[in-house]
Design a protein around this ligand. Structure first.
Ligand SMILES: C[S@@+](CC[C@H](N)C(=O)[O-])C[C@H]1O[C@@H](n2cnc3c(N)ncnc32)[C@H](O)[C@@H]1O
Length: 201
């Protein structure tokens, strides 16, 4: 699983869409590429075959979807913001047939079975929501997980940053075993990565 290219059609859609939604360009910043490519590198080592992937707080799916879509059996994007879901679903990524876009709080119990039954749960938005230890679906899951958070406390929408990788560990459900931990320097702080496996209780 890797990021070979994003494709000229997607590039054109991004330029067009970003006229009205400038935060779309932020999702393709060099910092975003650095952290997502690092995550993808670690995910590739898991050697998952045709996984069902769920992305929590998926935002526009800008980098992860093009990188993962060809190798995944299916991808579910869940985001609470109907604006980003609509743009990703109806404009940016509409050519992909193996993606479901769901506008929802990831903690909504209606999302439990989809998350529980996936093979890989990705959340690069951990700083935007409550701890993953508070997500019941993860305790019933045998999936791999790939989570990122950061120490960028001064960004107003960040409600749950961590100051260290140890603090990020403390946000995991207690049925999680970590395989890889990593830290990536960003212009604005440090991004923390934890990759591992859940074991259903
Ligand atoms: C700014 S974006 C992505 C930031 C992240 N650092 C990254 O690079 O992927 C954070 C996303 O999380 C979503 N989000 C926050 N809380 C959520 C929740 N409880 N359920 C679903 N999506 C959520 C927001 O709507 C937003 O699209």
């Amino acid at each position: 699983m890797g990021l070979k290219s994003i494709g000229i059609d997607l590039f054109k859609s991004v330029i067009n869409e970003s006229k009205e939604n400038p935060d779309l360009l932020d999702s393709y910043s060099l910092n975003q590429f650095k952290s997502k490519e690092n995550l993808l590198h670690h995910i590739s080592k898991l050697e998952l075959i045709n996984p069902h992937i769920v992305i929590l707080g998926s935002w526009y799916g800008s980098i992860l979807i093009p990188a993962l879509v060809d190798q995944a059996e299916h991808i579910t994007c869940i985001d609470i913001d109907d604006r980003v879901i609509a743009i990703a679903k109806n404009r940016l990524l509409k050519k992909y047939k193996n993606i479901d876009f769901i506008c929802s709080d990831v903690f909504d119990s209606k999302r439990k079975s989809r998350i529980k039954n996936s093979n890989l749960v990705i959340n690069t938005s951990c700083e935007h929501m409550s701890n993953m230890s508070e997500l019941p679906a993860l305790y019933k899951s045998n999936a791999y997980f790939a989570f990122q958070s950061n120490n960028m406390y001064d960004i107003p929408t960040h409600m749950n940053c961590v100051a260290s990788i140890d603090e990020f560990y403390s946000q995991l459900p207690d049925n999680a075993t970590v395989i890889v931990e990593d830290e990536i320097e960003d212009d604005r702080g440090i991004r923390y990565t934890l990759i591992g496996k859940l074991c259903a209780e």
